[in-house]
Ligand binder design. Structure first.
Ligand SMILES: O=C(O)C1=C[C@@H](OP(=O)(O)O)[C@@H](O)[C@H](O)C1
Ligand SMILES: C=C(OP(=O)(O)O)C(=O)O
Length: 492
């Protein structure tokens, strides 16, 4: 039996036809009906659903390449209810699975990266009832290592699944392989592997220092591990999340610079919510008592994704707005919230409530280029690179070497696409300088390199007085499956 769901508003409507969740799920071609009778179609191949252990779990796989043309954005205005945070969703699922007790996860993000975590946990024997339509998952905690004693996990390009699961699997017993897409095989993991080896794990990765990862788990002894923090903070976050299950106390020392610090603080805050304290000495030395177990907080509501918010808030700043995002605000625990302060520095008007943010730009006020150290906001910094097209004077985004080892080499990709749009760009090893074009070039099609943030940030070029065509828009499924629908709803 098929069910038809229609979502409609005065600007926008689409229809999705789908079968009940326990059967195969298929997407009919989608029709985007935008205001002013612009019609864009984006068809998606029939999508297989692989069943998880838990009956209600569905795993969506993305189909063929398409393009979408975003019409000229004269103004972006309205309110967006944010999808749940990717970083929080995957951390909460993992900690819930390791904890004592059952956790109801609310406002869980439904996206490719989270599907990888859900499917992996399902394969590892964790019982999860997942209701995508309700954005809820009920996770029966294992109160320790996962039940499975072997497994081959495919984790796509989800860093927040690959890295934390590598560490979490070392606390138990068994043989495991973790792998992902071609790009995941180019993303570093050796620093994490070495950190785990120092804590007594038998774990290896490929000669290139990247996945696949092989684990012969026999528990973690604990002790001291030196770890590098200059390539990714996810290595430290992963060690931290596994550390309470080591037989002895764990001390982790960052041996060089630690980038993306707010994500580590997010990890520590979530561990606290699950009953485990981390002693943090100046973001350099971290101490965790061994032989512990997380305790479920009962339920956890995932706040809206601050990085996803950045595209809409940037749109408000560029075009005038106002745009309001609901789901994260001044109470947010996500580091990418700092992006909003940078927008303000560039000339945007910002107002906050504990759970929402509104951005606009006063008439006659121009955005100004900035020189910003973005080491703590690597994801939202991509949005800044596109805002720079609309600023007076050049913008320099510094300390973003990690862009080179994410979904694509984002420094090279962003430079290339911004130049297509007419900007002059200087690409350094760990920085980018953008000289705005005066007027964004017309009729441009931008490539997205299988990188959700390339697609979402570059869509804002439509604020430059003409439509822009985005290749492979479905790459936004990694963190924001209905990004283009939501954007369309706010376009004036
Ligand atoms: O821990 C996390 O949830 C993340 C940390 C950041 O990665 P790096 O620490 O590799 O910069 C960020 O870019 C990524 O999207 C999510
Ligand atoms: C870098 C990102 O993802 P990942 O969690 O795969 O590192 C990102 O979402 O921008």
């Amino acid at each position: 039996m098929k069910t038809t769901r229609t979502v409609a508003s005065k600007e926008f409507a689409f229809v999705t036809t789908f079968a009940p969740t326990t059967k195969r799920l298929s997407f009919q071609p989608r029709t985007y009906v935008l205001r002013k009778a612009r019609v864009y179609t984006c068809s998606r191949r029939v999508t297989p659903v692989s069943q998880l252990q838990s009956r209600e779990c569905t795993y969506l796989k993305v189909g063929d390449l398409e393009t979408v043309t975003v019409p000229e954005i004269k103004n972006l205005t309205g309110t967006l209810v944010l999808p749940g945070s990717k970083s929080l969703s995957n951390r909460v699922l993992l900690l819930s699975a390791l904890a004592k007790g059952t956790t109801l996860v609310e406002n869980l993000l439904e996206s490719e990266d989270v599907s990888h975590m859900l499917e992996a946990l399902g394969l590892l024997g964790v019982k999860i009832e997942y209701q995508p339509s309700e954005k809820k998952a009920r996770v029966e905690g294992c109160g320790g290592p996962f039940p499975a004693s072997k497994g081959e996990l495919f984790l796509g390009n989800a860093g927040t699944a690959m890295r934390p699961l590598t560490a979490a699997l070392c606390i138990g017993n068994g043989d495991f392989t973790l792998d992902g897409v071609k790009r995941m095989r180019e993303r570093p993991i050796a620093d994490l592997v070495q950190g785990l080896q120092q804590l007594g794990a038998q774990v290896t990765c490929s000669e290139t220092g990247c996945p696949p990862v092989h684990i012969k788990a026999k528990g973690l002894h604990g002790g001291k591990a030196l770890v590098s923090g200059k390539m990714s903070s996810q290595f430290l976050s992963s060690l931290l999340m596994a550390a309470p299950y080591a037989k002895n106390d764990v001390v982790i020392e960052v041996q060089d610079e630690l980038i993306s610090v707010p994500y580590v603080l997010l990890t520590i805050e979530l561990m606290r919510r699950f009953g485990v304290t981390v002693e943090n000495e100046n973001n350099r030395i971290f101490r965790i008592a061994g032989n512990q177990c997380y305790t479920s907080p009962g339920s956890y509501f995932v706040e809206g994704d601050a990085s996803s918010a950045s595209y809409f808030l940037a749109g408000g700043a560029i075009s005038g707005g106002p745009v309001t995002v609901e789901g994260c605000g001044s109470d947010s625990i996500q580091g990418d919230i700092r992006f909003v302060h940078v927008l303000e520095k560039m000339g945007a008007t910002v107002s906050w409530t504990p759970h929402s943010i509104t951005v606009s730009r006063a008439k006659g006020k121009v955005l100004e280029g900035i020189d910003e150290d973005c080491v703590d906001i690597p994801d939202a910094a991509m949005t800044l690179a596109v805002v720079a097209l609309f600023a007076e004077g050049h913008t320099c985004l510094r300390n973003i070497y990690s862009w080179r080892v994410k979904e694509t080499d984002r420094l090279a990709a962003m430079s290339k696409e911004l130049m297509k749009l007419g900007a002059a760009v200087m690409e350094g090893q760990d920085y980018i300088v953008i000289y705005p074009p005066g007027r964004v070039r017309k009729n441009i099609t931008v490539s997205t390199y299988n990188d959700h943030r390339m697609a979402m940030s570059l869509s804002l070029a439509a604020c430059g007085g003409c439509p822009i065509t985005i290749e492979d828009p479905k790459c936004t499924w990694k963190t924001f499956p209905n990004y283009f629908e939501e954007l369309a709803r706010l376009i004036r």
